[in-house]
Write a protein that binds this ligand. Structure first.
Ligand code: AHM
Ligand code: MG
Length: 354
């Protein structure tokens, strides 16, 4: 068949009604209030940071000094990669010029970073994990950024940001960027969960899926089974259950954003339970678990510590960790039921002994 008769794929894509991220945020807000305009501007800044990080990642293997470790250890006791620092600084420099936030708090900084020139007007705080899944950076596998926006309460005169130590319901917006074969941005401002794909030629995030809803149940369980003997017996009970029943399949990439994205799209459950070495697990509440729990609730799913709704947890410090069980309602409830069962058994043993 002659080429002229076959329509080009590009021509089809131009026929689509392309909704950009900034237009979408404004449509969701349906208001021109000061807060609506702020949220729209905040999302645009996050998108800009995502594009800068995505651009660097796409070339990192070709550049001198972009990959590898810095030689430093962060506040979490983890070795810092050069991309962690680059991405952390990108968010700072993008928000420095915004006038929107007075402080930023991230996985890579022990204390919040203050922007004094913004503080008289900046009413929000950006909390973020600049590169999530750092162990994947140097091997060119998927990684992500996670973000959460909270309203600043009070003046934070002493610089301790104590107003950030509140539950996850206080989040105004949350989301993540997935740097995979394409770069995606998924966000919620409390009106559903929406995903966008970066069109590198346009430099725009274009709407891919609106009002994403997670299935009530899914086949995937996503957990680092290398920790099997480090877990509580109740988690081992759950894993034995999925091993013995048909219809389950394991997927684990070592990067929470990617694993979460799969679960959000296809259903199932992601777990990072406590271990003997880390009884609260590995994941940090304010910039990893709580933003994803916010999205999951908006998508009709569930997030739990095993014994408590994740969104109800109040951290006692900026870098507090919590166990995380997140995904389809039925699958999260099933994990919780194993935890409750073991708790009941040990309660009975205590009662019999006393
Ligand atoms: P990071 O933010 O320092 O990369 O750590 C968080 C990551 C998550 O993305 C991932 O789910 C988890 O750590 C993997 O940990 P492990 O290697 O213990 O399974
Ligand atoms: Mg992380």
């Amino acid at each position: 068949m002659a080429d002229v008769e076959r329509p080009l794929v590009e021509e089809h894509s131009l026929d689509r009604d392309c909704t950009t991220l900034s237009r979408h945020v404004l449509q969701q807000l349906q208001s021109f209030s000061a807060e609506a305009q702020d949220l729209s501007a905040l999302m645009n800044r996050i998108a800009l940071a995502a594009k800068l990080i995505s651009r660097r990642l796409s070339r990192a293997g070709l550049m001198e000094g972009a990959l590898g470790f810095t030689g430093n250890i962060n506040v979490q006791g983890e070795s810092v990669k050069k991309m962690d620092i680059y991405a952390n600084d990108v968010f700072i420099s993008v928000f420095k010029q915004s006038g929107l936030v007075c402080r930023l708090a991230s996985e890579e900084m022990e204390k919040p970073y203050y922007i004094p020139e913004n503080c008289p007007i900046g009413r929000y705080t950006l909390i973020y994990d600049p590169i999530d899944g750092s162990s994947n950076i140097d091997i060119n596998l998927n990684i992500g950024s996670i973000f959460s926006i909270r309203r600043q309460e009070g003046d934070d005169i002493d610089g301790n940001a104590l107003d950030l130590l509140q539950d996850g319901h206080k989040q105004l917006a949350a989301g993540y960027v997935l740097y995979g074969p394409s770069t995606m941005l998924v966000y919620s401002i409390g009106t559903g969960v929406h995903s966008f794909t970066l069109d590198p030629s346009l430099g725009e995030f274009i709407l891919s899926n609106e009002n994403i809803q997670i299935p009530e149940h899914g086949p995937v369980y996503s957990v680092n089974e290398g920790n099997f003997w480090q877990w509580d017996e109740s988690i081992r009970d759950y894993i034995r259950y999925v091993h013995r029943h048909e219809g389950y399949t394991a997927r684990y990439s070592g990067a929470l954003v990617g694993d979460f994205h799969r679960i959000l799209s296809q259903g199932g459950v992601f777990l990072y339970p406590g271990t003997l070495k880390k009884p609260e697990g590995k994941l940090r509440l304010l910039y990893e678990s709580a933003p994803l729990a916010f999205l999951m609730a908006q998508a009709g799913g569930k997030a739990s510590t095993g014994t408590q709704n994740l969104l109800d947890v109040v951290p006692d410090a900026l870098h507090t960790r919590t166990p995380l069980i997140i995904g389809s309602k039925e699958d999260v409830s099933l994990v919780e039921s194993f935890i409750q069962e073991r708790a009941r058994e040990s309660q009975e043993v205590v009662t019999v002994r006393s």
